[in-house]
Design a protein around this ligand. Sequence first.
Ligand code: SAH
Ligand code: F3S
Length: 477
Amino acid sequence: MGSEKIIEEKNQGQALLTAQKEGNTKKLYIESYGCQMNLNDSEIVASILNGQGYNTTHLIEEADLVLVNTCSIREKAELTVRKRLEKYNAVKKINPTMKVGVLGCMAERLKAKFLEEEKIVDLVVGPDAYRDLPNLLDEVEAGRDAVNVILSKEETYADVSPVRLNSNGVSAFVSITRGCDNMCTFCVVPFTRGRERSRDPKSILEEVNDLVEKGYKEITLLGQNVDSYLWYGGGLKKDFNKASEIAQATAVDFSQLLDIVATTHPKIRIRFSTSNPQDMSLDVIKTMAKHNNICKYIHLPVQSGSTSVLKRMNRQHTREEYIELIDNIRKILPDCSISQDMITGFCGETEEEHKDTLSLMEYVKYDFGFMFAYSERPGTPAEKRMADDVPNDVKKRRLNEIIQLQRKHGLKILEEFIGKTVEVLIEGSSKKSDAHWKGRNSQNAMVVFPKGDEKIGDFVNIYIEDCTSATLLGKRK
Ligand code: SAH
Ligand code: F3S
């Protein structure tokens, strides 16, 4: 999901700690690449394997089982994983009995081909098949390769309680939907993660309650497209029309889910990701306005500022409709920060169309963004039907232009915080200085300030005195 984002940069390649259960003797080394959903899936996998005799380790050399949760969103993401497999090959020389499994989107995309292409791989498991891991591991222990990449119409792992890996004990992800039905022509996700399903609100709330009991202070509700969340007793989103009248009348949509979670836990910060402009309703925006504890931040990928490109991408809205949504957000939530995902150099993108993206950015003035050069993905509608005809250097030049513009806007927005007081949830020590805390404000801006008698997980008011290109600097108010 969307969200490679900051999380991706922070967590790429790190072994995820820690899932420990007394009596477990086997060791699992698990790494996660790509989106927040992958990270959360790794927590689900660690939980399942915790029940199968495995504790996590951060030392690959002592692992009985190495799992890599993979991303297919761009070619580069896949190349990174291939490189990791080379590293595992080297480790296998000193740890010859270790088994290697590939999870996630690359597993789904390449299936059994992985076993032929990468000799080191013993196990290939797609995003909907993690429950089958114990059986698959039995196969592997018996000396056979094992593959399960069956996509499911129901699987939401609602009853698996994820063990929190690499957690700061303050913020946690809770998945609310899986899969995506949107079929943006450039995107591989609908093929690797399957049809969209929503999770029972009861089990979502139970997971949130449990996290709150354990002391977590911030919950991020996750989905490829959270605005499209719809619970009507189970089943695929696309089959809602066929559900009974009662099921339809008592259905819970995303704004209602948000309202339930925020009302139940008024002291807990609620975030969500990712929003899709075509599905984001006024009700969601109004629910955000109603609750102080829902963070005033919307990640709202648009991909392009040109209606004709949006059409080729099969995004279900025009530039004008997107602007109308932005205007509504600004009207109802004047303090809300907004971030984007953009793609430069999509099939047939002209200079004029690229300029439309720049002018949309000028209009919206995003707080931050995640920008990419188009990377053709095998099997997607764009790969099948359109020519990847924008030269690489043009894609890169356009990418650079939007990155520069985003930097300018991002800095200007941060500067506007100077002289204001913001509420910060302390997440840990600043990376650069042990004498400083770091945490984010409601708008998701990183804030750093000198340590006093506060502790991780505290909410504090910070007076902003200065900023760098990505961080607000302040002191206790
Ligand atoms: N709805 C998802 C989007 C997942 S992909 C979410 O949860 O955010 C994250 C971002 O990767 C997309 O918004 C898009 O900007 C980018 N992306 C997806 N496919 C791409 C491709 N083929 N080439 C370049 N960027 C791509
Ligand atoms: Fe991909 Fe579009 Fe869904 S970007 S994840 S197909 S909303």
